[in-house]
Write a protein of this length. Structure first.
Length: 439
């Protein structure tokens, strides 16, 4: 007798959802919304670097297509791992010889090499440390960083979080400069309008950010900063590790659209830098006014949020509900510890909001009612895909928005999305929002 292997529901009312996982694990589906960055995009942030992937050919296909779409194949090489490599005792030496051959043939010697291994080498007990030591001895002028394409390990530390940690592995200790501050772990620059950047720069501090580095030497200078700021949850470990390595102060100032949380972040920043807190009352008033105006414009329409658009999707939903928006859908397969208070608040105050799975295979056959699609304004590509709406905010990982200015900008983006439709199918096929694309 045949029976379904995957009986995982596609959605659930938030009142009936459980923390931290509202859905059971099962067969997964990956929606064709490609704006989220992957490890190739992230690794490309290091200037004058070269990536080498030692992987099976099936795995190589995805990373090579990413580099090709970015017009960055000149910064990408690969070593194909075949079945016999796993049992003939040559796995480590093949990677050493392959990497050396690649580097000798490159037209320009890179300052840094990001060497990736994958799940199959870890399963086979690959001695990655020995490989790196041998390559460092052969090429002492190049900084080698161990990197990992290991999606099977995502239940411990995600490949994304691990990659953000490894971005700074090549930094070497420098005398700490109390007037230098780093932004750590972001995959794109924070919006120039954000108060965070203005507070740091207007008080005479040097602001360093990998996304702003144009040379490898600029990247290496990040080691001198006495304060490392992280604002993305996936980057928190990066800041903690740098603090342990160099003795710099780590500040976790999480991205938030809640005014109270933003004010707390800025107080902690100013206390750490020993500077006065600026008066943000006018900015707060303008941001809250923009949110209320946007909510009025969307009268009769509903909001759908997906977890790739905001680091704390449940907090964002809570904030929007507070301004009068009608949030109907949240696309997320799990609830983070940071987002738990907002989840519980929504559960109590807006019990009819539906949490929808993003990866559940049942979602392949589930979407918003046809008559409802035109009434939905989505925040994030996956929400736009599942809700079949062309009215959406095209953003991933908060899109560089931060602080009070970020609240105001988000209100403007929501208003624009409601008024001006996008070509959903064309927009969401581009890999890595903000990266170059040949499409």
């Amino acid at each position: 007798m045949l029976r379904r292997l995957d009986e995982k529901p596609a959605s659930v009312e938030i009142s009936k959802a459980f923390y931290p996982a509202p859905f059971k694990a099962g067969l997964e589906y990956n929606p064709p919304a490609r704006g989220v960055w992957n490890i190739v995009h992230t690794g490309m942030l290091i200037p004058q670097s070269h990536q080498i992937f030692a992987c099976a050919q099936g795995c190589l296909r995805g990373v090579l297509l990413t580099a090709a779409e970015m017009n960055a194949m000149d910064r990408m090489s690969w070593i194909a791992v075949e079945e016999e490599d796993m049992f003939d005792g040559t796995m480590e030496q093949d990677i050493i010889d392959g990497t050396a051959d690649i580097l000798k043939k490159l037209p320009c010697r890179p300052r840094s090499v990001l060497l990736f291994i994958s799940c199959i080498q870890l399963f086979a007990g690959c001695d990655f440390e020995m490989i790196l030591n041998e390559l460092k001895a052969q090429f002492p002028d190049i900084d080698f960083t161990d990197c990992y394409m290991t999606p099977t390990m995502r239940k411990t530390i995600s490949p994304d979080a691990k990659m953000r940690m490894q971005l700074y592995d090549a930094l070497r200790p420098l005398p700490l400069n109390k007037r230098s501050v780093n932004i750590i772990g972001c995959d794109r620059p924070l919006d120039e309008d954000t108060e965070l950047l203005k507070i740091i720069r207007s008080n005479g501090f040097t602001l360093r950010d990998l996304t702003l580095c144009r040379t490898y030497d600029e990247y290496l200078e990040m080691a001198e900063s006495a304060v490392n700021i992280t604002c993305m949850p996936a980057a928190k470990l990066s800041g903690e590790r740098l603090s342990d390595r160099f003795g710099a102060k780590h500040l976790y100032l999480p991205i938030s659209f809640d005014v109270k949380t933003i004010e707390e972040n800025y107080k902690l920043l100013c206390d750490t830098l020993d500077i006065d807190i600026p008066d943000l009352s006018k900015d707060i008033s303008a941001a809250e006014s923009a949110m209320k105006t946007a909510a009025e414009k969307l009268s009769g329409r509903v909001i759908a949020i997906d977890f790739t658009a905001a680091a704390r999707p449940f907090e964002l939903a809570k904030v929007l509900c507070g301004y009068g928006f009608k949030v109907k859908y949240i696309f997320a397969d799990s609830i983070s510890e940071e987002d738990k208070p907002s989840f519980e608040w929504l559960k109590e105050n807006f019990p009819n909001i539906r949490i929808c799975s993003v990866t559940g295979s049942a979602m392949l056959f589930t979407s918003a009612d046809e008559s409802e699609c035109s009434k939905i304004v989505a925040i994030g590509q996956k929400a736009a895909f599942y809700c079949r709406t062309d009215h959406f905010v095209n953003t991933v990982a908060n899109g560089g928005l931060y602080g009070i200015a970020g609240v105001k900008k988000l209100a403007e983006l929501i208003s624009d999305a409601a008024e001006t439709p996008k070509d959903r199918r064309k927009v969401i096929q581009h890999k890595g929002i903000g990266c170059p694309s040949c499409l």
